[in-house]
Design a protein around this ligand. Structure first.
Ligand code: NAD
Length: 261
């Protein structure tokens, strides 16, 4: 799917006039969600530490006549995240919707063999990085007319997966960050929800042991297949929009039934 043939989104404008920030927007679920939110009418800031991929993604949207802007930012860097939020507001005048998506996989290894460096590296991106973007985005939303935050957790935050200690711990933490912030800001115009994707067809999964990923999904997922990134982007766009106006603190699986076992 690209910016011009997003047929699922044609005719919908649920994010018209909104400014959306997507982290990890150079690839996978992030780029699909940036495209979907853009097709829904949002001006989109695409942030990633991958400068080449992020610039190309933003250029694709601009070429399709949309409002999009790339900012290189590593979510483990405090200065870069502060600058990202400031740049978003300076560029498009507000910050209304955040898809807090950037994340990394950990090595697949038994808990006692995980090095402290690896554990901390995964937590630094997936948990502290997600917290950091919320920390600086929330004041910008409060200064405007509120907003909607969608954090990207994982089914790995809801069920245990052997050999994934750092990843599961980080995603469980994202779920709890979501709930806490939802409670704090419910009365101040900011909704905070998180999604829990199952196995999604992206580069992240192709690095998982036991690939080919499709065969893996046949065994693990009741629907017998991977999710497409567009299937995840639909939920992101819904939660970011006023169609989800009574939802906050929700933890929403989008997993083909994986977590129902
Ligand atoms: N693919 C899956 O099966 C799956 C399932 C559940 C949850 N998720 C979550 O979805 C999110 C996106 O994953 P994906 O599958 O699209 O992965 P991906 O590897 O395709 O894309 C991740 C993007 O995040 C960027 N990124 C990584 N670390 C960053 C950092 N420190 N600062 C800024 N950008 C950074 C990468 O450059 C990349 O563009 C992650 O949080 C992941 O944990 C993925």
């Amino acid at each position: 799917m690209n910016a011009t043939n997003d047929t699922q989104a044609q005719g919908r404008d649920e994010l018209a006039g909104r400014v959306a920030l997507v982290t990890g927007a150079a690839a996978g679920i992030g780029i699909a969600s940036a495209r979907r939110m853009s097709a829904a009418g949002a001006a989109v800031v695409l942030a990633d530490r991958d400068e080449e991929g992020g610039r190309a993604a933003a250029a694709e949207l601009v070429a399709a006549g949309r409002r999009a802007h790339f900012v290189r930012a590593d979510i483990t860097r405090d200065d870069e995240v502060q600058a990202l939020v400031a740049d978003t507001v300076a560029h498009f005048g507000a910050l209304d919707a955040l898809f807090n998506n950037a994340g990394v996989n950990g090595r697949e290894i038994a808990t006692s063999e995980v090095s402290l460096d690896d554990f901390e590296r995964v937590l630094a991106v997936n948990l502290t990085g997600t917290f950091r973007v919320m920390k600086y985005a929330i004041p910008a939303m409060l200064a405007g007319s509120g907003g909607a935050i969608v954090n990207n957790a994982s089914i790995a935050g809801l069920v245990g997966i052997a050999h994934r200690a750092a990843y599961c711990a980080s995603k469980g933490g994202v779920i709890q960050l979501t709930r806490v912030a939802a409670l704090e800001y419910a009365s101040r115009g900011i909704r905070v929800n998180c999604i829990c994707p199952g196995l999604v067809d992206t580069a992240m999964l192709s690095h998982t042991k036991g690939n080919p990923a499709q065969a893996f999904a046949k065994v693990l997922v009741p629907m017998g297949r991977l999710a497409t990134t567009q299937e995840i982007a639909e939920l992101v766009c819904f939660l970011a929009s006023d169609r989800a106006s009574y939802m906050t603190g929700a933890v929403v699986p989008v997993d083909g039934g994986y977590g129902a076992r």
